[in-house]
Design a protein around this ligand. Structure first.
Ligand SMILES: *Cc1c(COP(=O)(O)O)cnc(C)c1O
Length: 375
C-alpha cells in the first residue's frame, strides 16, 4: 500500500503546468487512492499476469524443462510411460524457484515424471485411503464428524508425482450445478456438519464467478461456521490470489481457512508472502500441510527451513503427513519410525508453534492419527 501512496503523491508545481486532461487523470488517481486507503476498492496490480494465463503456459513435458533449468536430456529419467499414466504439469512461477543445473532439486523432484513410477511395488495401491468407501454420493467424502470434504474438481495447476489422488475416479472434471444442489441437500440432512472443506483436485481451479456462487449458497446454511479451502494453487501460481478471490472471501459470513500445500522452503518466496498478507487482511487464517518425501524434505534442515519460511510468510504449519502408499509413489516413501525420529530432531530446533503435527491417515479411523516425534 505504501508504494501506492507514494506513487499517488503529485508535486503541486508540476501539476499546475499540466494540460487539463492530465490534471483530471491525476485527480481521479488521487480519488482512487483515497478509496484504496479506506479499503473501498482493492489495490490493482496492473502488471500481474492473470493466473489463467500462467496456467495455460505451464510446462507439460520434460523437454520444455531442460533449457529452463540448464539440464540436458541425459540428466533426466525416461518418463514416457509415467506421463501416459499421469500427465506432467508444472507452472512457470514454480519452475523459477528451482535451482539451475540441479537434477536433484527438491522442487523438481516433486513434479518430474519418471518411469520408476510404473514399477509395481507390493503394498502400494490406487486408493490407499479407502476413499472409495466413504463417498456417500459423488463429490462428497464424509469420513470425520462435523466436517465434509467436497471434491470440487479433478484438476490441479500442478501434477505432483506423489499425489494420493492420482488415480481417483474423478469422472467429470468439475461438479455440475445439480451436484452442488445435492451437496447442499446432503448438508441439510447432516445438520451436525459445521465445516465444509473444498478440496479436489484443487478447488481454486474454479473461476471466481463460480466459487462466489457456491459459497453464497453455503453462507445461507446457518449450521455452517467455517469454510476451508485446501489448495496448492497460490504456491505454484501466486497471482491466483487476485481481487476477485479476495472479494468473495471478504464477503463470506463464514470464517475462511486456507490450507496451502508446500513441502520445501524454496517453494515460499516474497510473491507468496505478499498474497498471504492480502488474505490475512481479508480475515483468512492461512495454514500449511506438507508430506514427508524422500529426497525432498526428509532432513532436519529441510523441515526447520520450511517451518521458518512459512512463518516468515505469515503461514502456520498445520500437518506434515507420512506418505500414503499410493501406486507409483513408493520411491518417495520413508518409514514411520524414520519420520518420528526425524520430527523428534526437528522438535528440538523449533518453537512448538512451528512444529507441524506429524500425522497419518489410517482408513477407518475417525480422525487423522497424530504420531509423536521420537525425542
Ligand atoms: C483430512 C481430512 C479432513 C480434515 O481433517 P482435519 O483433521 O480436520 O484437518 C476431512 N475429511 C477428510 C475426508 C479428510 O481426509
Amino acid at each position: 500500500m505504501f508504494v501506492g501512496v507514494h506513487r499517488g503523491i503529485i508535486k503541486r508545481d508540476s501539476q499546475e503546468r499540466r494540460p487539463i486532461g492530465q490534471r483530471l487523470a491525476a485527480i481521479i488517481t488521487q480519488f482512487n487512492l483515497i478509496l484504496q486507503i479506506f479499503d473501498v476498492i482493492p489495490i490493482q496490480n496492473a502488471t500481474e499476469t492473470h493466473w489463467s494465463t500462467e496456467l495455460a503456459q505451464a510446462i507439460k513435458s520434460p523437454a520444455e524443462l531442460w533449457p529452463l533449468l540448464g539440464l540436458t536430456e541425459q540428466d533426466l529419467p525416461a518418463a514416457h510411460k509415467a506421463m501416459a499414466s499421469f500427465k506432467m504439469l508444472v507452472p512457470r512461477p514454480f519452475v523459477s524457484r528451482m535451482e539451475f543445473g540441479n537434477v536433484n532439486d527438491p522442487l523438481l523432484k516433486q513434479v518430474l515424471a519418471d518411469d520408476i513410477e510404473m514399477l509395481p511395488v507390493a503394498g502400494y495401491s490406487k486408493d490407499p485411503l479407502d476413499e472409495g468407501n466413504h463417498n456417500p454420493q459423488k463429490a462428497i467424502v464424509h469420513k470425520y464428524e462435523r466436517r465434509i470434504l467436497v471434491i470440487t474438481t479433478g484438476t490441479c495447476a500442478v501434477n505432483c508425482r506423489y499425489c494420493f489422488r492420482r488415480h481417483f475416479p474423478y469422472g467429470d472434471n468439475q461438479l455440475a450445478q445439480k451436484e452442488w444442489d445435492s451437496v447442499i441437500d446432503y448438508l441439510k440432512d447432516h445438520p451436525e456438519v459445521n465445516e465444509v472443506i473444498l478440496s479436489g483436485g484443487d478447488p481454486l481451479m474454479l473461476k471466481d464467478s463460480q466459487l462466489s456462487q457456491h459459497i453464497a449458497r453455503l453462507n445461507d446454511l446457518p449450521q455452517l461456521k467455517r469454510l476451508r479451502i485446501h489448495s496448492r494453487l497460490p504456491v505454484v501460481i501466486p497471482s491466483r490470489i487476485n481481487d476477485e478471490l479476495l472479494a468473495w472471501v471478504s464477503q463470506s459470513r463464514l470464517d475462511v481457512v486456507l490450507v496451502l500445500h508446500s513441502n520445501h522452503a524454496h517453494e515460499i518466496d516474497q510473491s507468496i508472502a505478499d498474497k498471504v498478507a492480502l488474505l490475512k487482511r481479508a480475515g483468512v487464517t492461512v495454514l500449511n500441510q506438507g508430506v514427508l518425501l524422500r529426497g525432498v524434505n526428509d532432513s532436519v534442515e529441510a523441515q526447520v527451513n520450511l517451518s521458518e519460511a512459512l512463518f516468515a510468510a505469515g503461514i502456520l504449519p498445520y500437518y506434515m503427513f507420512t506418505f500414503d502408499p499410493i501406486e507409483g509413489g513408493a520411491h518417495f516413501d520413508i518409514s514411520i519410525e524414520a519420520a518420528q525420529q526425524l520430527m523428534g530432531q526437528v522438535a528440538q530446533k523449533l518453537p512448538g508453534y512451528l512444529m507441524p503435527k506429524l500425522a497419518k491417515e489410517i482408513p477407518g479411523e475417525p480422525a487423522k492419527t497424530v504420531l509423536a516425534p521420537r525425542l
